[in-house]
Design a protein around this ligand. Structure first.
Ligand SMILES: Cc1ncc(COP(=O)(O)O)c(C=O)c1O
Length: 440
């Protein structure tokens, strides 16, 4: 049996990766690829960073992992202090894991345990949004409004209630005529009422939708409005920042931009930038204190939660982001990059929208810009763009199905925060070439 069949996806024709250096990856044939999307927005400071590698190697030389119930460690303590500082004074706890799915599972479990600790175990239902992705484990998949990924498992998923996506480019049909934010807030409030606030644990959302939408920032005022609805009804607000967080949008937490504080934040991908898998569920002090008082400990986590070398990797990556002022760079240069991409693609009427924040940019392609009608799925446009780009030595992330019913094409651009000017120029030029080729 081929290795591809053995590991569950088709490796035929894929180049063999041998090296990474800065914003580039190299295959065994010596071809160079500019990492224009961090894979799925994961590699926050590029590849082969010597400082990060040295920090990991130094930790491995000492000890790879102290089991979390037996030992603490300096990387664990320092990383936790750094994360809590970034999330703000209301936050008091971080539970570590190795992926975004686990970080979201952790968020669900913290919410459930909190309500249990408060003597309200009936608060066990979750509300999430259509066209969202929260992960592949059964709990996180249950929250995901991503029909294609749910289909084979749907009978075993938790019963989650879905409200509309907060997408100003593709507003829900019922919203016509009404201000979108008021419509969406009213819909959430009505859903909480229908389920009974006494049954609802949390509302879960991506502040900027990633893979399921092709980078969709919520309309201005949305985050404040859903926070207010949750507060009125005693429902926790969980921000899934696995893709959009850890600085990707130019603030450490994507929600910082809105000035809104969630109750629980899930992060992963960019946290340790892919050097070692690392995720975290970070939550308000009040939640943790209630749980500890009632149950003694937070009942989520895994054998390798707080893995020492993984924490050393996360700490090294985050220190570089701080030391080199990369958030400010992403914030200011991201707006310019977005404008450059828009200008480079301006001659294609099929570019329906270029949107996003910081180094998290989405390009949506439509057959008809007036009606926003998507291309037929058979055309496979987003995959074709990503394929042409890859042939030309550029990695971007294709999203298909973002318009619903299996239709829609978008491309995600998410370069390393420390990409150089020349690399960003190369990204824009190669992206424009790939789009032109695919539309030809
Ligand atoms: C917003 C969001 N949440 C959760 C996940 C799941 O993360 P992972 O694939 O690391 O389990 C993803 C992955 O793409 C994601 O984009």
């Amino acid at each position: 049996m081929s290795v591809g069949r053995a590991i569950g996806w088709d490796l035929d024709g894929l180049p063999r990766i041998v090296r990474g250096a800065g914003s580039y990856l190299f295959d065994a044939a010596g071809k160079r690829y500019l990492d224009g999307s961090g894979g799925p927005a994961a590699f926050s400071i590029g590849h082969g960073n010597r400082e990060v590698n040295a920090a990991i190697a130094a930790q491995l030389d000492q000890v790879a992992c102290g089991y979390r119930y037996l030992f603490t460690s300096e990387p664990l303590e320092r990383l936790t202090a750094l994360l809590l500082r970034h999330c703000g004074p209301d936050f008091g706890h971080a539970v570590y894991c190795a992926s975004g799915s686990e970080a979201v599972e952790g968020a669900m479990k913290v919410a459930l345990q909190y309500w249990n600790a408060r003597g309200q175990p009936g608060k066990s239902r979750f509300i999430a949004r259509q066209r969202s992705y929260h992960g592949s484990t059964l709990g996180a998949l249950s929250l995901s409004g991503f029909a294609e990924r749910r289909a084979p498992f749907v009978r075993s998923l938790l019963e989650v209630s879905f409200v509309s996506a907060a997408n100003a480019y593709r507003p829900p049909p019922g919203a016509a005529g009404a201000p979108l934010v008021s419509y969406l807030a009213a819909e959430l409030e009505a859903r909480i009422a229908a389920l009974g606030a006494e049954n609802v644990a949390a509302f879960v959302f991506e502040p900027i939708v990633g893979a399921a939408g092709g980078v969709v920032p919520a309309p201005p005022g949305y985050t404040q409005a859903v926070r207010a609805v949750c507060d009125r009804h005693g429902v926790l607000l969980i921000a899934d920042e696995v893709m959009c967080g850890s600085g990707r949008c130019g603030t450490w937490s994507a929600m910082e931009h809105e000035g809104v504080v969630p109750d629980i934040i899930a992060v992963a991908k960019g946290l340790a930038g892919g050097y070692i898998p690392l995720g975290a569920t970070i939550f308000r002090r009040e939640l943790g204190e209630r749980i500890m008082a009632a149950h003694g400990s937070i009942l989520t986590g895994h054998t390798f939660s707080g893995h020492t070398a993984a924490c050393a990797a996360g700490l090294a990556v985050q220190r570089i982001i701080e030391r080199d002022a990369l958030l400010a760079r992403v914030r200011t240069r991201g707006a310019v990059l977005q404008a450059e991409i828009r200008a480079a693609l301006a001659r294609h009427a099929e570019v329906g929208e270029v949107r996003g924040r910081g180094y998290f940019i989405g390009i949506e392609l439509v057959r008809d810009p007036d009606t926003k009608q998507p291309f037929p799925a058979e055309r496979g446009l987003s995959n074709a763009i990503a394929r042409h780009a890859f042939e030309d030595g550029l990695i971007v992330f294709p999203c298909a199905g973002n318009a619903g019913d299996g239709l829609g094409d978008a491309i995600i651009v998410a370069p390393p925060y420390n990409a150089t000017e020349a690399e960003l120029a190369e990204l824009t030029a190669k992206l424009a070439r790939a789009v032109a080729r695919a539309l030809r």
